[in-house]
Design a protein around this ligand. Sequence first.
Ligand SMILES: NC(=O)C1=CN([C@@H]2O[C@H](COP(=O)(O)OP(=O)(O)OC[C@H]3O[C@@H](n4cnc5c(N)ncnc54)[C@H](O)[C@@H]3O)[C@@H](O)[C@H]2O)C=CC1
Ligand SMILES: O=C(O)[C@H]1O[C@H](OP(=O)(O)OP(=O)(O)OC[C@H]2O[C@@H](n3ccc(=O)[nH]c3=O)[C@H](O)[C@@H]2O)[C@H](O)[C@@H](O)[C@@H]1O
Length: 439
Amino acid sequence: MKIAVIGTGYVGLVTGVALSEIGHVVTCIDVDPSKVEKLSKGIPTIYEPGLEELIKKNISSGNLHFTSEHQNGLPDAEVVYIAVGTPQRADGAANLDYVEQAALDIAANIKQNIIVVIKSTVPVGTNFHIKNLINQHTTNGVHVKIASNPEFLREGSAVKDTFHGDRIVIGTEDEESAEILAQINEPFDTPIIKTDISSAEMIKYSSNAFLATKISFINEIANLCESMGANVEEVAKGMGLDHRIGPDFLKAGIGYGGSCFPKDTNALVQLAGNANHEFNLLKSVIEVNNNQQVLLLDKILNRFGNIQGKRVAVLGLAFKPNTDDLRESPALVMIPKLVSLGVSVIAYDPIAVNNARKQLGTEISYTEDLTEALKNADFTVIITDWPEVKKADLSTYNQLMKEPIVFDGRNCYDLDEVKKATMEYYSIGRPDQAPELIS
Ligand SMILES: NC(=O)C1=CN([C@@H]2O[C@H](COP(=O)(O)OP(=O)(O)OC[C@H]3O[C@@H](n4cnc5c(N)ncnc54)[C@H](O)[C@@H]3O)[C@@H](O)[C@H]2O)C=CC1
Ligand SMILES: O=C(O)[C@H]1O[C@H](OP(=O)(O)OP(=O)(O)OC[C@H]2O[C@@H](n3ccc(=O)[nH]c3=O)[C@H](O)[C@@H]2O)[C@H](O)[C@@H](O)[C@@H]1O
């Protein structure tokens, strides 16, 4: 089938590439010509394991094309996916400007009746709004049907998630569209749920809100564990063995970040508000997360009092491992606060340094070398559980830092190993480790 995908960010690019891999002829359209130039040469614009090989392979086979001109991809397309951003507005609601512009681009360029599939995460009602917008603006008598096909991939495992997802949700107006979309997706060998459009839109927000709730719940339990002398890792293990609870998303830490949980939880609160429903549970989830992101700072100030003039190693800038994405990373909250308290920060990340420089500027130093970050540091703050950090030989903290004092926002280390390594160690929801060992 001939498919066009509008937007080549995390979702659009991975979707377009995956659809080309399963045999469709795909044109990916992006208004950013620098992205299109790189992608056309087979150079990925995002870090995603497995993506580069698939881009190169499908460009060579003739199944995958990139363009910055809507008139190059849309006229022939039988199905068009919208995968542009839906960032957060100042009031928390989803900003639909990019989706609406994509709708106008479709209306101006299609030459036949097609199905438009919205992959972007959009509030309930948006699909019908976009369908009407397109159909009001087509000039040559053609019209579109609309379908909601929300995306559930995670950054860092986007390719794997696309080929081996838990489910594909297809919300349509009629059985014929549902059948066409089911056929397009059939080679993914993933269970397909056919439903109505509003339910499909709601499934996406509810899924993200529920996962965020699990994280805030375990973080709140972690904070209780600290007051009560329990260990949250043990508690999560004991809870997760109950199949009704499950072990996933029970990792306590510095709070959730990323381009979606923060914005989608806020958007759902707004959406509920529009329907005169106070979503108090989700409001608390957001509040817990906001507090969690600065919890380590309280621990640091409790330990030191004044930290002015100290050298701090910050390990990890990305919002999670295996991505160079910094959107809503706890690092963006923590580092400016540390800087405002007069410390000098050297930040380590294996792949996100270039993106971080654009956001955090030149007030801090950056390195892709873990040992360089630790050298002569007065204390270390762990923000991202990169494998490089988790696998580090704990004696290096002792060898390289002025004093091995570590504030770990991701519970990277086993407490018995920490004891052996003679570190002063503060983590989340576990007993602090032996400050008296430090001379
Ligand atoms: N990033 C993620 O892991 C996931 C994101 N989502 C949702 O998918 C949507 C897209 O997210 P991302 O891929 O992260 O966004 P992104 O911001 O990385 O990419 C959006 C792309 O669309 C392009 N664009 C904007 N307007 C355009 C237009 N009129 N024509 C052509 N290109 C246009 C931009 O230049 C940009 O390259 C959002 O609604 C998000 O909530 C859903 C699941 C996972
Ligand atoms: O809508 C989206 O954009 C996507 O949002 C998340 O994916 P992603 O943001 O890529 O990453 P996650 O692995 O879900 O992690 C999100 C945040 O939660 C944190 N987290 C995750 C799990 C956990 O147990 N504890 C925890 O603190 C991570 O460190 C990270 O900051 C969802 O997992 C995807 O299903 C969804 O498609």
